[in-house]
Design a binder for this molecule. Structure first.
Ligand code: AMO
Length: 434
């Protein structure tokens, strides 16, 4: 039996090997032909000196369509002509599946391919090493998040994604017909992670899909994203939450830098590690900063995309990539956020990464009466929230938490131009397939 090798582990002493991959390119120079075989780890050169290999084999290999899936068996030789220092002289091959021609898009061609074409043909787009690298880094990021959360004593949870009431406002709810009853796709695990704070599972986290019927077509909004949520009980204040987020993001940045060297190099990216603790700006300070920069927002107004970007520029000048914006007006924040008594503000924060919000969270209102009062203020029908409210009637500890958009975090870490670059099969206003 021949050894199965790949472009990452082949050596000149391997003798006869079999390598699986796609035909990236064939160059026919008359007396000799070269086939570039690409696999997960890189490329290998299959060298075919016309006089030294079986004419039928030569004919069949040189006629293959680009991107066909094949296995090549041959002898490994040392070569000073290839980057790997090896080449394979074939003795046989198996054509598993021939690629149709022409290809829907190029894999190695230097021509620019539109995002829509790429996403329509994602299976082919992912054959590009630099596109695949993003998803390898994403996988490392998820592994790192799980590691750090377990180290910090958080319990991994899964909450329902078909729900009876939304937590993040009616405008972005997707309706579901649940056996004739109205239901929604979960916008976040907010209500469930809070309910768990009354159980003794007092530190929980979830990495799961979140759905928003976003009508905005931007490079940072999708209708289905992965939310990395955390919730922790018995906190003394919101600072416990922001400090925990700092620890987590720092561990992930360091881990990716350490483990993702190969992929980061392919992407031509480095990862900067901002010093802890990440600085805090209050909402009011932001309004002042914006005013001084020539952008006026009314007190209470949401910081929109432009304001966030401008604050990002000012913070970059001060040497900060990651920073919290704290103490938002209570009016601008959801019902579950605790008010800052005697002020129009709240115990809430956003975490911004180079001018873009990647997370929001805060301390929650854990006092039943105050929570019901706050729901009234927001014109919510408390009857829709019975199951949630019950958990607050029988001993709910003070608690707080966050939701980090996993896709956005990756986009900012890798400085990608569009959230769709970080999602395998994105869903947006117009895209439902593939
Ligand atoms: P929020 O609604 O701010 O807060 O969402 C939290 C984070 O989720 C990401 N996000 C999105 N990413 C891509 N496309 C979208 N359409 C989208 N919407 C949100 C962002 C955002 O910062 N329950 C609270 C969190 C909490 O308080 O624990 C919540 O969902 O990165």
């Amino acid at each position: 039996m021949t050894a199965i090798r790949n472009s990452g582990n082949i050596t000149a002493d391997d003798g006869i090997v079999t390598v699986n991959g796609w035909v990236q390119d064939i160059r026919n120079l008359g007396g000799i032909s070269f086939l570039t075989l690409r696999d997960r780890h890189g490329t290998l050169q299959v060298t075919m000196p016309k006089k030294r290999i079986d004419p039928e084999l030569f004919e069949a290999l040189t006629k293959l369509h680009r991107e066909s899936a094949i296995s090549v068996t041959g002898e490994v030789k040392a070569s000073d002509q290839t980057a790997s220092g090896t080449e394979i002289v074939p003795v046989s091959f198996v054509l598993h599946s021939e690629a149709a021609s022409p290809l829907p898009m190029g894999v190695v061609d230097k021509v620019h391919t539109e995002m829509d074409t790429r996403l329509n043909n994602r299976f082919m787009d992912l054959r590009k090493p630099e596109v695949k690298a993003v998803f390898e880094l994403r996988s490392m990021m998820v592994a790192l998040l799980n590691e750090v959360m377990q180290d910090l004593g958080f319990v991994c949870i899964n909450t329902p994604k078909i729900v009876a009431s939304g937590a993040e406002g009616g405008a972005t709810l997707f309706n579901v017909d649940y056996f004739g009853r109205p239901a929604y796709l979960a916008q976040s695990p907010q209500l469930y992670k809070q309910m768990l704070m009354s159980t003794g599972l007092d530190r929980v986290y979830e990495l799961g899909p979140a759905f928003r019927a976003e009508h905005s077509n931007t490079n940072r909004h999708v209708t289905e994203f992965v939310s990395f949520d955390g919730e922790m009980a018995w906190i003394d204040g919101m600072e416990d939450v922001t400090a925990t987020i700092g620890t987590i993001v720092d561990r992930v940045l360091r881990g990716l830098k350490e483990r993702g060297g190969e992929q980061l190099e392919l992407l031509g990216r480095g990862i900067d590690i901002p010093a802890l603790p990440y600085p805090e700006l209050t909402y009011s300070e932001c309004l002042e900063m914006l005013d001084a920069a020539g952008m006026h927002l009314e007190e209470g107004e949401d910081l929109g995309t432009e304001a966030e970007r401008l604050i990002g520029e000012i913070m970059a000048e001060r040497g900060h990539d990651l920073y919290f914006i704290v103490d938002y007006p209570e009016e601008a924040k959801p019902f579950y956020i605790m008010e800052k008594d005697g002020t129009p503000y709240s115990h809430s924060f956003d975490l911004d990464y180079r001018g873009q919000e990647i997370s929001s969270g805060g301390q929650r209102e854990h006092r039943y009466d105050r929570l019901v009062e706050r729901m009234g203020k927001k014109d919510l029908d408390i009857g829709d929230f019975d199951a949630y409210l019950d958990a607050f009637r029988y001993g709910m500890p003070p608690h707080g938490g966050w939701g980090i958009g996993l896709d956005r975090l990756l986009v900012k870490m890798l400085d990608l131009p569009n959230i769709r670059e970080a999602i395998l099969f994105p869903r947006d206003l117009s895209r439902l397939s593939p």
